[in-house]
Every structure is written in C-alpha cells, then in structure tokens.
Write a protein that binds this ligand. Structure first.
Ligand code: NDP
Ligand code: OXD
Length: 315
C-alpha cells in the first residue's frame, strides 16, 4: 500500500490558481486541491497556500500543519480573527523579491530626484528647459520605513547611488553608511531628515495608517512619499490634502486599501501621484513552489520551518 501524500489546499481565486499550481505540480510530493474549484474533505487538508484566504477558512481545517503565504506580507492571513495561532505561518522570503522591490524603490526615487515629470512635460511642449538639479544627490536624504528583507536591500542600493540613507525599524540595525532609527520615539527625528520616504513596513495594528497628516507634517516641506507596502499604511485623503497644500511634492503608490483601485478613485488622476497596480515585487511562482515543497518536506520530517511569522506580533 502506498503512503498517503500530504494535501495542499491552494486558496487563491480559481481563475489564477493555475499560475501557482503548475509549478507546484512539477515539484510533486503532494496532492493539490484548489479552494472554490475542487471538492475536498476539510480533515484531509494538511497545508494551505494563499495570500488573502477567505476569512474563516482556516478554522475549518482541523488537521492543518502549516500555512504558506505566496507573498512576503501576511496581513491577508492575520486579518482573520480565527487564524489558528498554533499553525505556523511561513512567508515568502527570497532574494528575487527583495531585488525586485529594491528596483521599484530606486526607480521611484530617481524619477522624483531627477524631476522626470518636468522633463516629460517639456518634451511634450518641445521646449529645451535645461537647468541645474533641484537638489544634489549627496544632499538628498532618503528614509526607508521598515528595514527587513525588502527595506534593507532598497536602502543598500540607494546608499550605493550616494544618497544619504536612513532606515526606521522596531529594533536598531547596523549597516555600513545607513543611519538607523528605532522605535516610535525616533520616528519624528527620522521623518524630519527624510526628503523622500519609502514605506516597506508590514501592515499590523502598530503600522496601520502610519502615512497620515500627523506624519506628513513631520517630513520636510516638499517631501516625496513612496508606498509599496500595503494600502492600509496610507490615509489617502490626508495624502491628497498634503499634496494640494504643498507639504508634499509627490507620491508613488503601488498598493491600495481597495484593490483593484476603483476607477472613481481620485488617486488615479492626481497630477502629483504615480500609480502602479501592485507590481512593485511579484513573487515568482517557481520560487513559491520551491518554498512550499521544501517546507512540506521539512514539516513531514518533523523539522522546524524557515521564515515563520510571529503571529502575535503580526509579521
Ligand atoms: P520584514 O518582516 O522582513 O521587515 C519588516 C520591517 O518592518 C522590519 O525591519 C521591522 O523591524 C519593521 N517593523 C515592523 N513593525 C514595526 C513597527 N511597529 N515599528 C517600526 N518598525 C517596524 O518584511 P519584508 O521586508 O519582507 O516586507 C515588508 C512588506 O512589504 C510586506 O509586509 C508587504 O506588505 C510588502 N510587500 C509589497 C510588495 C509589493 O509588490 N507591493 C511585495 C512584497 C512585499 P525589526 O527588523 O526591528 O523587526
Ligand atoms: C507581498 C506582495 O506581500 O506581493 O509579497 O504584496
């Protein structure tokens, strides 16, 4: 009699499930079941894979051994008040993701720093408006909110371009040429020295709406804000007010409280906002399949899993 294979419930919309189940099927070693598409007995499910699994789903799976997030952020799992706290939650950690995010942050910083909107407008008018930069690179202070897997690499890449870089995190960090601010007590000082601030925090009760009128007022006048963490970090009304008053000079937004961003949202058309559709750093399906396969193999051998989230802390 052959041994029973572990069962993985893939809790992503069936329309896009194939993107993830294709590479997972290639790794083999487990049975794949798609929520909302395949029928299954809840007691047969050993593992879950998803991003924003339906609230209440996990508590219906009595034999769940671990949950795998297809993203680095796990707010989609932990928004569920019934998340079974004893089930280890593994998040997506891979150099490819940090690299893609660092590229996005560097791109947005440079578009702003190099005044690309101004040159685009001049080209549209056919005008040669040569001028010195508004601020030299060495004098431009970048602040990274969140110095984890993604923030640390973005900070290093910007430092290597000769910007003055600082990071803010819960605990103090040490990295060559990057100033470290830690904890709520140092947030104001960190923001006060940030001409461009980029949010790479996890969304938790402590970081919800951290980008709001209160913190915009702590930034130097004319600062620029980048949010590619979660829409819940930003108070969008406060952002528009700060842009319209001139307290902020612009913003790049990749993530939104409601996704897809509704067509009626004023964020789409604001002249000082750049919008991208949650594409700053995409998890590669083949990497996700490897993380799941390796995680299941470890769990089945009774070994501890890597990159397990602290459920109580929220990240
Ligand atoms: P990590 O968990 O590796 O890092 C989180 C960082 O935030 C840590 O430095 C942590 O501090 C800091 N932090 C957390 N809470 C606080 C707090 N209350 N005060 C100060 N600092 C705090 O996360 P990642 O870097 O892997 O990912 C960050 C986020 O990026 C994800 O949660 C996700 O929301 C978003 N993301 C967005 C993507 C996109 O395409 N737009 C793609 C991937 C991720 P400490 O180190 O001291 O613990
Ligand atoms: C993530 C994301 O959390 O893509 O990885 O947003």
């Amino acid at each position: 009699m052959s041994a029973r294979l572990p069962h993985v419930l893939v809790a992503v919309p069936p329309a896009v499930a194939g993107l993830w189940t294709g590479p997972m099927a290639k790794t083999g070693g487990f049975v794949i079941v798609v929520h909302g598409q395949d029928t299954y007995a809840p007691q047969d499910i050993d593992y879950v894979f998803g991003f924003y699994p339906p609230i209440g789903l996990l508590k219906t799976l009595p034999n769940l051994k671990a949950a795998f997030s297809l993203g680095a952020g796990v707010d989609g799992f932990l928004r569920d008040p019934d998340y079974p706290g004893h089930v280890p939650l593994v998040r997506f950690v891979d150099r490819s993701l940090a690299r893609e995010m660092a590229q996005y942050v560097v791109l947005q910083v440079l578009l702003h720093h190099r005044e690309q909107r101004k040159w685009d407008a001049a080209q549209r008018e056919g005008k040669w408006r040569q001028a010195l930069p508004a601020r030299f690179t060495e004098d431009t202070r970048i602040g990274i909110l969140g110095m984890g897997e993604l923030g640390a690499m973005a900070a290093e890449r910007l430092r290597d371009l000769d910007f003055k870089v600082a990071g803010w995190s819960r605990t103090r960090k040490r990295a060559d040429g990057i100033e470290s601010f830690a904890g709520d007590g140092e947030l104001e000082a960190f923001l006060a020295r940030s001409d461009i601030v980029s949010c790479l925090l996890p969304l938790t009760p402590a970081t919800h709406r951290i980008l709001s009128a209160r913190t915009f007022a702590m930034l130097p006048k004319g600062a620029y804000v980048i949010n590619s963490a979660r829409g819940g970090h930003l108070n969008a009304d406060d952002l528009i007010a700060a842009l319209d008053s001139g307290q902020l000079s612009g913003a790049s937004l990749d993530v939104f409280e409601t996704e897809p961003l509704p067509e009626s949202s004023p964020l789409w058309r604001h002249p000082k906002i750049r919008v991208t559709p949650h594409v700053a750093a995409i998890s590669y399906p083949a990497v996700a399949a490897r993380i799941v396969a390796e995680g299941i193999a470890r769990a089945e051998r009774g070994e501890a899993l890597d990159n397990v989230v602290d459920v109580a802390r929220g990240y």
